[in-house]
Structures are given as C-alpha cells and as structure tokens.
Design a binder for this molecule. Structure first.
Ligand SMILES: NC(=O)c1ccc[n+]([C@@H]2O[C@H](COP(=O)([O-])OP(=O)(O)OC[C@H]3O[C@@H](n4cnc5c(N)ncnc54)[C@H](OP(=O)(O)O)[C@@H]3O)[C@@H](O)[C@H]2O)c1
Length: 359
C-alpha cells in the first residue's frame, strides 16, 4: 500500500489528540499537517495543546514542534500538504458542514468524526464491519460537489457502537425492536475527571441530542443505497436512554431485544462469534481480529477491564439471557474514543484507502 499524507483538523481537541496517538506509527498514513482554530494557529503543537493533553503517554515527539495551521485561513497550505484529512472540530453544525464541503471541493477527501453531515443523503455514515457497501454513494456525492477526488465520509456516534454491532448479526432473525440504556464515559464529552469534577460520585441523566442520535443513526447504517442516496431503514425501531457516568473511557449499553423469529441463545452466540466484516476480510491495519467478543463471566464486560479488547477496536458483550418483556437482554461495551471516535475513523480511512477512494 502506498503511504498517504494526512492532515488532522481539530488536532488539539480530545479526538484530535487520539488521532495523533493512533497515527504516530501508522503503516499507511503519515501526518503532514495539524490544524485547529485561529486561537492555536502559529503555535507549536505542544504549546497549542498546553495542559489539555489528555493521555498518560506524552505527546509523540514527532508532533510536538509541528506548527499548528488555521483550519480555515490556511486551507491553501493544507491542500498542498495532504492526500486527505481527518476532521473532529467543535463548531456549530452549519459551520462544520461548510468547512467540510470546502475541503471536499478542494479535492481533499474528509473522513469526519463530526455529526454535521451524518444525515446528508449522499454522505456515507460507516461502521466498516457493517455497511462498507454504502461507500458506493460517494460517486453521486462527487457529482453533486463537482469533484473528481473530494468527498466526505463520516462515522456514526460513539453511543451506538456498543449495541449496533451486536444487533447487526442478529438481523437475520428479524429484529422487531430494541430498547437500550447507555452508560457513557466522560471522554465522550471531551472531558477528564479534572475538567468534569461534577461527575465524581454522580450520574447525569441527560446528554444533549444523544438519544435522538442513538435511535436514528442505526436506521441510516442499516439503510440502502438507491438513486445516489442512502434511504433509511424503517426497522428495527430503537428506543434509547443515555446517561453520563463516572467512567473515563468506555460506553456500556444495557440492551433488550425482540425478534420475529426468536433464536436460541446458542444461535445468538454463534452469530456473534462467527461474524466478520470487510475490515477482517481485508486485514486492515486497525481491524481487530475478533470484532465481537462474548464473555461467559457474569460480571463482564467491565469498562475498566475490557474497553481495550482488540486495541480498543473490539466490541464486547456479556450477560445474554432471556427476558420477560422482550425475548433477550444483554450488555455491550465499546471504547468511545477508539472504536467510537478516532479509531473508527482511522479504520474507515483504511477501508477507503484499500478500496482506492484516495487514489
Ligand atoms: N469525544 C468523543 O468521544 C467524540 C466521539 C465522537 C465524535 N466526537 C465529535 O468530534 C468533534 C470533536 O470533539 P472533541 O471531543 O475532540 O472536542 P474538543 O476537545 O472540544 O476539540 C475541539 C477541536 O476543534 C477545534 N476548533 C474549535 N473551533 C474551531 C474553528 N473555528 N476552526 C477550526 N477548529 C476549531 C479546537 O481547536 P482549538 O484548540 O484551537 O480551540 C479543537 O482542536 C465534535 O464534533 C464531537 O461531537 C467526539
């Protein structure tokens, strides 16, 4: 595989920092540009991040002295430095939509962590193991944007990565509906225990916009490409409650599911253990060998113990059992800033590279 030069837009943020830890020694991608707001532009990366660096491992040496560029004002410079960009910025939705389209129209493919374009009908929203075939909609998007190379591809919200991957292999039993309650880590809000002391000894029963995303985004992921657009699936219907809990990393989900053709417990476990997606078949660098891992122990998966399964890219499950109102209930867990954010975006970029979308 040819090495691609990549820029990180929003490099100083929580997700941006995670990108850099994942890209430091990446086999296919070489970071050649770091960009953020005008507040950071012109500073060295180390100076711009200051005490916002959120990891125990230090800032990788190779990025410390790189000069941070202005994501908007320095776009000409960035265009000359990169083959594509990752984007994870904290701005209002209309501004993010416009910024990402400017990059795409400059023939710079954008792999985005932001929610702004998730429901643009010709922008694929990808969990690489589940709906890699949605990438074909990029042809129609390029036509709309008038580009040859440029496009936007997005990943879905972090909350649903702890249950949609586990429901997906069970769709063959015709899922009627599912109820989920998510217990979400503070890094999902870009926070640490130092910056969110109010979460210590506490649970906050509201995360703005999260329940809507958790219920609606799966329907796009399970949608179909028709006439250059992704049409949403109309089932299974999902109802969600999302809580913020005092955990640094790792979103847990309590899931209840009802089927038209109720499978046996063994059939569910087999569907999970056998499931492989496109990243496993293509042996992409960030693909976990085993995407879905089930624990037999009653007290697993646990955020602290199990979030790093498969380098933080596997989704784990446990406590599968029958339910009195639904057919089954179980627990799911995924790492929200790895599988759920930067890691999921890096895996998406690897899929795009392997399929020739950056050529
Ligand atoms: N945290 C997660 O687990 C997670 C998961 C999935 C998706 N996301 C999404 O990823 C995005 C970033 O989240 P985050 O947690 O990393 O946020 P964050 O820590 O607040 O970082 C925000 C980044 O955006 C940059 N930025 C702000 N205004 C800008 C502007 N006008 N122009 C260019 N850059 C600007 C900031 O640069 P300065 O440092 O210069 O201000 C910083 O690099 C959000 O859209 C979020 O919803 C986050």
């Amino acid at each position: 595989m040819k090495k691609f030069n990549v820029g990180v837009i929003g490099a100083t943020g929580m997700v941006g920092q995670r990108f850099l830890t994942l890209l430091e020694n990446h086999a296919w991608f070489n970071v050649t540009a770091l960009a953020a707001s005008a507040r950071s532009a012109g500073k060295s990366y180390e100076e711009a991040v200051g005490n916002k660096w959120a990891f125990e491992t230090p800032i990788p040496e190779k990025f410390k002295r790189m000069t941070v560029l202005d994501a908007e004002a320095d776009i000409d410079k960035i265009q000359g430095l990169v083959d594509f960009v990752f984007c994870a910025v904290n701005m209002d939705k209309a501004k993010i939509q416009a910024l990402e389209e400017v990059y795409a129209k400059r023939e710079i493919p954008v792999v985005s962590n932001n929610s702004a374009h998730r429901f643009t009908p010709d922008v694929p929203m990808i969990i690489p193991e589940i709906n890699a075939e949605h990438l074909q909609v990029i042809d129609a998007q390029r036509q709309r944007l008038g580009t040859k190379r440029g496009f936007i591809a997005v990943k879905s919200n972090c909350s649903l990565q702890s249950y949609v991957p586990l429901l997906h292999p069970l769709k063959k039993f015709n899922i009627q509906c599912a109820a989920v309650c998510t217990y979400q880590a503070i890094s999902g809000a870009g926070k640490t225990f130092e910056t969110m002391p109010e979460i210590i000894d506490n649970i906050i029963p509201y995360i703005g916009g999260e329940e809507e995303k958790s219920e609606r985004e799966p329907l796009k992921i399970w949608g179909e490409v028709k006439d250059g657009k992704i049409t949403l699936a109309d089932a299974p219907v999902i109802t969600a409650q999302c809580l913020r809990v005092p955990v640094s990393d790792g979103h847990t989900a309590a899931v209840f599911v009802r089927f038209e053709n109720k499978p046996s417990k063994e059939e569910i476990l087999q569907a999970w253990s056998e499931f492989k997606g496109e990243p496993q078949k293509l042996a992409l660098p960030s693909a976990p060998e085993q995407f879905l891992k089930y624990f037999e122990e009653d007290n697993r998966p646990q955020a602290k113990l199990d979030r790093m399964q498969g380098n933080g890219m596997s989704v784990t499950a446990g406590r599968l059992r029958e339910d009195v109102f639904f057919d089954y209930k179980f627990i799911g867990l995924s790492h929200n800033t790895l599988r759920g954010a930067a890691g999921g975006a890096v895996l998406l970029a690897e899929l795009l590279a392997a399929k020739g979308y950056f050529d």
